[in-house]
Each structure stands twice: as structure tokens, then as C-alpha cells.
Design a protein around this ligand. Structure first.
Ligand code: C2O
Length: 474
């Protein structure tokens, strides 16, 4: 059986031009922190430019499985620890250093004054991070003399809800996988919040057949980048002082867990591509030359400048020499209903709410009571300038709050950084009766999860387009 999206060919979208209005209070308090593990602000390195272009087929190493951290042998774990220890010990003049590599990520996150480069918030997100991981993996592998065999492991947080113990203990600078700036609950071995990075979240994502919704477009981020990518970042390091690193784009790649987190995100992209849909572009990457020809420079394991295009990374097994355990997903069959996200229900705060046709309402209520998957896809959602933090996206009706998803805007060091519009895929299955109630329907509200976070100013959700994808009745 194949999924059937009735309007899967009508995915061309125009996006809101958002007027950036808000200012950024409190951002400067992120700057100027120091501690033993060298958490200085990004030093804004000179960007590597040009370099030897990657030639497909030139990497002739064996194709090696990237594994879950939980599946590493004792020897493989020791190798990983040794690789990071050697990376951290490199002299500061070296082009492979842990800090320089992290600062290159910061540079490409628009975190350096006077430089405007951004590989987040768009379809560049997946391919840039895949290329970055490739060269990082080669650097680590060569440092332990195992370029052929060393591959990054992933933290599959959907299955293992707390951070792997080797990244947590010993909790000191003798542990090359440890980082001092993490949420205290996570750092103490606690689990991710029960709503975040779950298998049901991945089910929602794998049900999105078009790349623009799943992985982004030239002008907007995809649903996977926001949730779970940003969400897990923000759970490990709140986008709030004093938690830096994973919660802040300028520091995130200083935490070794960044690479295991991104390896898992890369696996999710690979899994998505491995599915077969009913339409010719379902589960396929964009073919637009503007996507394929994007090209970025890196330092390789010999400190040489090299470059790689998005097109180079798509066939990761043959070109980049790693693979993941084959993945099969039971793809639900969806129907798509157009709807509207409106502003505002007035009381007591202004909230967005959804409006559907009476016939659609009947269908949605039936499917909701049958526990079908129901996803509200919002595209072209503007993020006001200066807003950062973790928001629970909830349907609120009277005293009842139903979690629909999580919206995390990562912290950054540039007070005026503008975000492109984002795509949200919200699981509204349980909230349908409240959202469609005739009297006082539920509003969709953002609630700041960390009450003391001044930058987490809730805003009213708006969307250029809203649609509801409903699992077809069996
Ligand atoms: Cu470039 Cu997970 O961020």
C-alpha cells in the first residue's frame, strides 16, 4: 500500500514576508562567559573558501555502518573517547581543532558580526550538516589512525531517552565527551521531556511525503529542523543563560553530543528518503539546481581546504562511505484538508484558532475518535525577531491543555538575527474535539516552558498556509 495525498502536486508555496519588529532584550548576557572547558564566544574565524572540490567516487574506503552509541563495543567507545581527546588537545594553530570546527558552525549560523551566512532555516540544513559531519568524522578517524573504520555514532533519543552515560560521567574535563554547559536534569542522567523527540513525533514526520514540508525550501525551514532538531538542542542546553552550547547556535558544536545528535538527524533524513510514496516526488530530495549546487568549504583531516556540494552528499553510502541499518516504516495513507489558521480568540489572551468546513469537521471528529493520526501542517510561520526559547504548542480550552508539539527557537549571539519562516507539523489528533468545538473552541497557544526565560516571549501563531493531513480510515 502506498500513501495517497490527494493534493500532493500542489505544493508550490509562497511565504509571508515578515516585518521584523521586536527587539532583543537580554541577549548580551550570553556573551563573555568563560570556564574551564573554554566556552568563549565564537572567535569568528575566517571562513574557509574555495578549496579542492569533492570528486564523487574518490573516497574508496569501505562503506561502514554508523551505529547507535548504545551498540558500540567497549573498544569502539574507547576509540571515540580517544578521538575527541586528541581533537581537544590539538594546538590552536591547527585547522582541525575542536573550537575552530565549532566556530565554523557558528560562522555558518550567522553568528559573526559582519558576516552573513546561514545554513539553517532552509533546505541547506540537511546537506550542509551531512557534509560537516563527513569531514569531522574523517578528522576524528585520522586522529586515532582509523580513517577507514571509524564512523560517528548516533544518539537515537527516540529510543534511549537519556543522554548516553559516556557523555555524562565522569563529569570532568578528563572526559573528552563531557560538556559543562548542559541542562542539569539531562546532565544528571535524566530523560528528555516526554513530549520531545519521541517515536510518535518521527511517525508524524515520516508521514510528510514532500521535501519542502519535511526538509525545507529555499525560503523556509522544514518541520524536522524545528522539531525534533531544535527541540532536542534546546532540551540539552536551554536557550537561556547560563545554559549555552547546545541551546545556542554560536556554541552548539562545542558539545560532543552535537555530532551524535546530528548523526541521528542525518539518519532520519536517510530513513525518510528510503520510503516509497505514490507520487513521483514523494520522499525525494529537491532537484532544483539552486538546491543541488549549493557549495560549502571545510577543512579536511590534512588541514586542507576542500569543498562539497549538496548534490555530493545525497548518495551518502557511495560518496561518503557510511550507511545506516535499513529502515522500514508503515506509511499511513493520508487525506489532505485545507483549513485556515485565524487570529484571534480574544479571551483572556489573543490566540490563533483553526477553521474548517462543516463537512471536514465531521470527518475530523470521526477520525479523532478512531485515534487516527491527524497532523496540522502550518507553513510560512514567521518567528518574530529577538524571540528565542522553548515553547509548548498547546490547544487550550477552558481548563484543558493538550500538547500539540514543541517550538524551540535556539539562542544566538546576534541580537538582530532574522529567522526565515518555519514549517510546523503539529499532532492534533487528541485535540480535535476541543479545536472544533462550536462554543468557545480551543485556541492554539505558545507557552514558554521555562518561566524565567525573558526572551521566550509568546507570540501569536500565523501561517501563510494551513492544512490538515488525516490518516485514512482503515
Ligand atoms: Cu547547525 Cu543542530 O545545528
Amino acid at each position: 500500500m502506498f500513501p495517497n495525498y490527494p493534493d500532493r502536486n500542489s505544493s508550490r508555496r509562497r511565504f509571508l514576508q515578515t516585518a521584523a519588529t521586536a527587539t532583543a532584550g537580554g541577549v548580551l548576557s550570553y556573551l563573555g562567559r568563560k570556564n574551564a572547558f573554554a566556552q568563549n564566544p565564537p572567535t569568528c574565524p575566517t571562513a574557509p573558501t574555495g578549496g579542492t572540490p569533492f570528486a564523487p567516487g574518490s573516497d574508496k574506503r569501505p562503506i561502514v555502518l554508523r551505529k547507535s552509541i548504545s551498540a558500540l563495543s567497549a573498544a569502539e567507545l574507547t576509540q571515540l573517547q580517544t578521538a575527541f581527546a586528541k581533537l581537544r588537545a590539538l594546538p590552536s594553530t591547527d585547522k582541525r581543532t575542536w573550537v575552530l570546527q565549532a566556530d565554523i558552525h557558528a560562522l555558518l549560523c550567522d553568528q559573526c558580526n559582519g558576516v552573513s551566512m546561514q545554513i539553517h532555516d532552509s533546505w541547506n540544513f540537511f546537506p550542509w550538516h551531512r557534509a560537516y559531519l563527513y569531514y569531522y568524522e574523517r578528522i576524528l578517524g585520522s586522529l586515532v589512525g582509523n580513517l577507514n573504520g571509524f564512523r560517528l555514532p548516533y544518539w537515537d533519543w527516540e529510543n534511549h531517552r537519556s543522554m548516553p552515560g559516556s557523555y555524562l560521567t565522569p563529569a570532568n574535563t578528563g572526559n573528552s565527551l563531557w560538556d559543562s554547559n548542559r541542562d542539569s536534569g539531562i546532565a544528571g542522567g535524566g530523560s528528555l521531556p516526554p513530549t520531545d523527540g519521541t517515536t510518535s513525533r518521527l511517525t508524524t514526520l515520516y508521514g510528510l511525503t514532500d521535501f519542502a514540508t519535511f526538509g525545507g525550501s529555499a525560503t523556509s525551514s522544514g518541520a524536522c529542523e524545528l522539531d525534533p532538531h531544535n527541540v532536542v538542542h534546546g532540551d540539552i542546553g536551554h536557550p537561556l543563560s547560563p545554559y549555552l552550547d547546545m541551546g545556542n547556535l554560536g556554541y552548539a558544536a562545542r558539545d560532543p553530543i552535537f555530532f551524535s545528535h546530528h548523526c541521528n538527524i542525518d539518519k532520519i533524513w536517510a530513513n525518510w528518503n528510503a520510503q516509497t510514496g505514490s507520487g513521483p516526488t514523494d520522499y525525494k530530495n529537491p532537484t532544483d539546481p539552486a538546491f543541488l549546487n549549493a557549495k560549502w568549504s571545510f577543512y579536511d583531516e590534512n588541514q586542507n581546504v576542500v569543498s562539497m556540494t549538496a548534490a555530493n552528499v545525497l548518495d551518502y553510502a557511495n560518496n561518503l562511505r557510511y550507511t545506516y541499518t535499513p529502515f522500514r516504516f508503515h506509511i499511513p495513507i493520508y487525506e489532505i484538508y485545507e483549513c485556515r489558521l485565524l487570529c484571534c480568540l480574544p479571551d483572556p489572551d489573543p490566540w490563533a484558532y483553526i477553521q474548517v468546513s462543516p463537512e471536514t469537521a465531521v470527518t475530523l471528529l470521526q477520525r479523532s475518535s478512531a485515534n487516527s493520526l491527524i497532523t496540522l501542517v502550518l507553513t510560512g510561520v514567521p518567528i518574530p525577531a529577538g524571540v528565542m526559547g522553548v515553547f509548548d504548542v498547546v490547544a487550550v480550552r477552558n481548563e484543558r491543555r493538550t500538547q500539540l508539539g514543541t517550538l524551540t527557537v535556539l539562542a544566538n549571539n546576534m541580537p538582530n538575527m532574522k529567522h526565515k519562516p518555519v514549517t510546523l507539523a503539529l499532532d492534533i489528533g487528541k485535540a480535535v474535539p476541543d479545536l472544533l468545538a462550536k462554543e468557545h473552541p480551543a485556541g492554539i497557544q505558545l507557552l514558554a516552558r521555562h518561566k524565567d526565560d525573558k526572551s521566550a516571549r509568546p507570540f501569536i501563531l500565523r501561517a501563510q498556509k494551513a492544512q490538515i493531513r488525516v490518516e485514512r480510515a482503515q
